[in-house]
Design a protein around this ligand. Sequence first.
Ligand SMILES: [Zn+2]
Length: 132
Amino acid sequence: MTRSEVMSRVRSKDTGPELRVRRLVHGLGYRYTLHNKLLPGRPDMVFAGRRAVIFVNGCFWHVHEGCPLNRRPKSNMDYWDTKRLGNVARDLKNQELLRETGWSVLVIWECETRDQESLIPKIKKFLEARAK
Ligand SMILES: [Zn+2]
């Protein structure tokens, strides 16, 4: 994989996996706001009334352990490792900050968005546990 190929996979807003989850959650009747800049890590979806947030993480960029989508590039390994491990450290820190201030956090991996049948109960369980 070349650097430009990897760059084209850089996590951006409104990516496929995130859009899939948004559509799904919306279809289930839940309402949320997007990318709240005031919260640590700018969660992809914020359910303020439930004090819950969802992150949709790319398996490559956020290093989903053991996932086939998380393949190490063969060139510039140090460069990508540094970047990706930085993401992981930041993710953990942000999740900790959110939990410390009473937010519940759900991380949905890119690969999980391909299987909506198991994703739906997971999202429902998470959100329903947080009363409005
Ligand atoms: Zn994955």
